[in-house]
Write a protein that binds this ligand. Structure first.
Ligand code: SF4
Length: 255
């Protein structure tokens, strides 16, 4: 079972998958922005909560279209305009009050602490743990989003961070469901899932983050899981009676 999940993770790593198994979004222009601007990528991480991942990653591009700029100075100094742009119908994000605050606060932090360049948050040669902690210090980026962001930095952007053995899977609803149903854990807790990932792939536990998330979204659905179509279908014990409790997240949201 675990060998298959690790193999899937290594395939995705070899492909340099961003998220959703390929690019960030279906929009070429939105992808280009994320690929070319570390600041846009960091802002994109802020969006990855409560809405489907593809919509979230398109957020920085849509915001720039509405504002005409993603200049950090401008974002930091015009929080009310940022708020109005996010809330303009159709709203860019359902976190219509918190997300604009996170955006302006992130711009201010990048200016004050990182010379206006998010790439300085994750310089090559720094450790996974340090970068995760720096990202977690941004309003709107908790540990789960920071862990995901670090995995994307190493897997997709090729940022050379040390200590990948200290990386982790995000404690995300999709990941949790797959870990539970595949028998990798018997208890739904962050500690149990992180320990299972570390035992399964000690050299880089975070390798399991994207494959588990993709499986959770595509086939290991909360109701009516598609085991016969699942990448793990031939090896998984299919403990489909197990469910993740206490979440009310729309399908596809990366929370
Ligand atoms: S969809 Fe079925 S086979 Fe796939 S991980 Fe979930 S329970 Fe296992």
């Amino acid at each position: 079972m675990i060998e298959e999940l690790v193999a899937y993770g290594r395939e995705l790593e070899a492909e340099g998958a961003a998220q959703t198994g390929g690019a960030f979004t279906a929009s070429v222009a939105a992808n280009e922005l994320l690929e070319s601007s570390a600041n846009a990528y960091l802002l994109g991480v802020l969006f990855t909560q409560g809405i489907p991942a593809e919509r979230a990653w398109a957020g920085p591009y849509l915001l720039r279209q509405r504002l005409g700029t993603l200049s950090l100075d401008w974002l930091a100094e015009n929080p009310e305009v940022v708020r109005a742009a996010v809330q303009q119908p159709p709203m860019i994000h359902r976190f219509k009050e918190t997300l604009p605050r996170w955006i302006s606060a992130a711009a201010r932090r990048l200016l004050d602490e990182y010379g206006g360049d998010a790439a300085n948050v994750w310089p090559a040669g720094d450790s996974v743990i340090d970068v995760t902690e720096r990202l977690s210090a941004f309003d709107g980026i908790g540990r789960k989003k920071a862990v995901m962001a670090v995995e994307i930095l190493t897997r997709h952007f090729g940022v050379d961070l040390t200590g990948r053995e200290c990386g982790q899977v995000a404690y995300d609803v999709q990941v949790r469901r797959v870990f539970l149903r595949s028998g990798l854990v018997d208890v739904d807790s962050r500690e149990a899932i992180e320990a299972a990932a570390a035992a399964a792939c000690p050299e880089a536990p975070g390798t399991l983050d994207l494959p588990a998330w993709l499986i959770g979204r595509a086939t290991c659905r909360p109701k009516r899981p598609l085991c016969d179509e699942c990448r793990l279908g031939a090896v998984c014990p299919r403990l489909v009676g197990r469910n993740v409790e206490g979440v009310g997240v729309r399908r596809g949201a990366r929370t």
